[in-house]
Design a protein. Structure first.
Lengths: 110, 112
């Protein structure tokens, strides 16, 4: 079992560029989440999904979009990257309660 | 007032000591509680998950929940240098998939 995997591990973008972060889980979990973690801000929820084909906004959704076309995958998109989106992004999955996190993606927007 | 308060530390203790990490919360609706360990530049790793008041033990780790006082603790016995990490508490409600609140984390250092 790989658990939760994230692609890519690192990325540098220029302001205005777009990209997609991929999260995959092999635990057959219904719920999936995208967080960002910034120094002094802790983990903040961007978007989440309670099942295939569903998405919902979290605490800080602006500037991000998500899709859950397959149960095992949860994609996070940045349409026009801004320096304020420089952060570490974590994906998590959950059966119903506890969450299991991926290794993270370090994104720098210059 | 934050829903979850966690002392940020840093906390430094000698190897072999018992470590106590704590969180307080204000929302009595929280039903389940978790502790995560996060090494530098890694993802949070689930250590303990519990949904009832009392103690839950797993090896050198004990999670304690006191719902009446809105207080949770993680105890680490026989601490090792490899326990040096940031520890996050978290709590949630089964009725809401998005209502999961994380503490800001306590940075722990175990001195050999």
């Amino acid at each position: 079992n790989a658990g939760v995997t994230q692609t890519p591990k690192f990325r540098v973008l220029k302001t205005g560029q777009s990209m997609t972060l991929l999260c995959a889980q092999d635990m057959n979990h219904e719920y999936m989440y995208w967080y960002r973690q910034d120094p002094g801000m802790g983990l903040r929820l961007i978007h989440y999904s309670v099942g295939e084909g569903t998405t919902a906004k979290g605490e800080v959704p602006d500037g991000y979009n998500v899709s859950r076309l397959k149960k095992q995958n949860f994609l996070l998109g940045l349409e026009s990257a801004a320096p304020s989106q420089t952060s570490v992004y974590f994906c998590a999955s959950s059966p119903y309660g506890e969450q299991y996190f991926g290794p993270g993606t370090r994104l720098t927007v210059t | 007032q934050k829903e979850v308060e966690q002392d940020p530390g840093p906390l430094s203790v000698p190897e072999g000591a018992i470590v106590s990490l704590n969180c307080t919360y204000s929302n009595s609706a929280f039903q389940y509680f978790m502790w995560y360990r996060q090494y530098s530049r890694k993802g949070p790793e689930l250590l303990m998950y519990t949904y009832s008041s009392g103690n839950k033990e797993d090896g050198r780790f004990t999670a304690q929940v006191d719902k009446s006082s809105k207080y949770i603790s993680l105890f680490i016995r026989d601490s090792q240098p490899s326990d040096s990490a940031t520890y996050l508490c978290a709590m949630g409600q089964y009725s809401s998939a998005s209502k999961i609140i994380f503490g800001s984390g306590t940075r722990l250092s175990i001195r050999p």
